[in-house]
Design a protein around this ligand. Sequence first.
Ligand code: COA
Length: 185
Amino acid sequence: MESIRERKQLQVEDIIIRLAEEKDFSDIVALDREIFPGSPINPTTALQCIFMQRSYVAVTPTGNVVIGYILANMGEIKEAKVVEISAFGVAEKLQNQGIGSCLLERVINDSFSWSDDAVMLHTNVENKSISLYHSVGFRVVKLVEDYYEGEHLWLNGASKDAYIMMKPFIPFEYLQLKLEGAKTK
Ligand SMILES: CC(C)(COP(=O)(O)OP(=O)(O)OC[C@H]1O[C@@H](n2cnc3c(N)ncnc32)[C@H](O)[C@@H]1OP(=O)(O)O)[C@@H](O)C(=O)NCCC(=O)NCCS
């Protein structure tokens, strides 16, 4: 197993992004606990996302270490076909090197090619990653007050409020109609 020191010397261009598989489950859950000690993902949700085949991991060139993950699930909101990102993280020592952007782009490209209407996520209104989401085309569609409570209030943002952000693949006004349940066919 590679050490943290070796992980730090990784070149981002050598990192492999691939579909998450069942064998990655325990690594993903362990990394998620490292990144979100106060509010790790529910393991059942993680497994469901892996089975949906819309979730990705970033692994070292040897494939031995999971250093980042993005877990996504397919769903429908009224008439809209939406892929929801449930968890997203990169090992702390390897953040800010472009790995998170690569993971996001894979989910976005996949969703586009499967003709989904949008990719969606919730994020703490104080989370630094919001600028990253904007940079790949997400926009804030709703503020949800008191979204985080109890164990879900985590350190990366002291606020209890969340934004729902979406990256639409169809004109935004059309997406809004679908989200409201308007029949568009
Ligand atoms: C959010 C997170 C997954 C992003 O992953 P990441 O690998 O750090 O993301 P990136 O490196 O692609 O992008 C982060 C920033 O680095 C910049 N960046 C991108 N490629 C870069 C590169 N090659 N070199 C340096 N910086 C780069 C991006 O422009 C971005 O800058 P910004 O903050 O001004 O938008 C990661 O930071 C993380 O795990 N954070 C803690 C958990 C968390 O907040 N998860 C999201 C919950 S909603």
